[in-house]
Design a protein around this ligand. Sequence first.
Ligand code: ZN
Length: 193
Amino acid sequence: MSEILTEVLNANERYASEFGDKGKLGLPPARHFAVLTCMDARLDPAKYAGLAEGDAHVIRNAGGRASDDAIRSLVISYKLLGTREFFVIHHTDCGMLFFNNDGIRGLLASSLETAELSADGFRDVGAGPGSRAGEFIEWLTIPDAEQAVVDDVERIRNHPLIPGAIPIYGYIYDVKTGKLNEVSRASAVGKPR
Ligand code: ZN
C-alpha cells in the first residue's frame, strides 16, 4: 500500500472513532451559504472561514473559478439545499497566475510528466510523448488576480439560473497572513438586485 494511502486510512480511523453526533447532521447546510474557492493546498476553508461539518457548501477547483461545473454546484446548492449567500474566494500566489492556455497546452503536448516551476514560469522536463488533447480545454487561467474575482462574481450574478436575491461576496485570501481581503469591485457587482 502507498505510504499516503496508509496515512489517510489511519487518519480516517481516528476521525471516525471520535465522530460523535456528526452522524445526525442534516443534508442542507445549517448556515445556508456556499463558498467557491481554489483547490490550493494552503487554503483550508473550514479554518479560514470557521466552518464545522454541516455548516456550508465548499466548491473547489483550480483557481476557484466560476466554471460551468462550479455554477452547476451553486445552482444545486441554493435550489435544492437552501443556501442564501455565496462567497467567491481566490488567493494570492495562485498557480493559475503562472500560465495561460497556450502554456499548458504546450506543456501537455510535450509530455505528461510534472513540469518544473522556475522563475520564468513552468517548463517541461518530461520524456514524451505528450498529447494535444489540452487544445480542447479552456483552462480558466488568471492573468489578473482582482479582475478574475470580479469576472467570476459577475458571471454568477448574471447567470439566468442564479436568483438576484443572493448576495455574492468577492475576496482574495492572503497566503502570507491567512487574512481574507475583500475585492470591493466584485462585492459591488455581486450585490443582490
Ligand atoms: Zn489557487
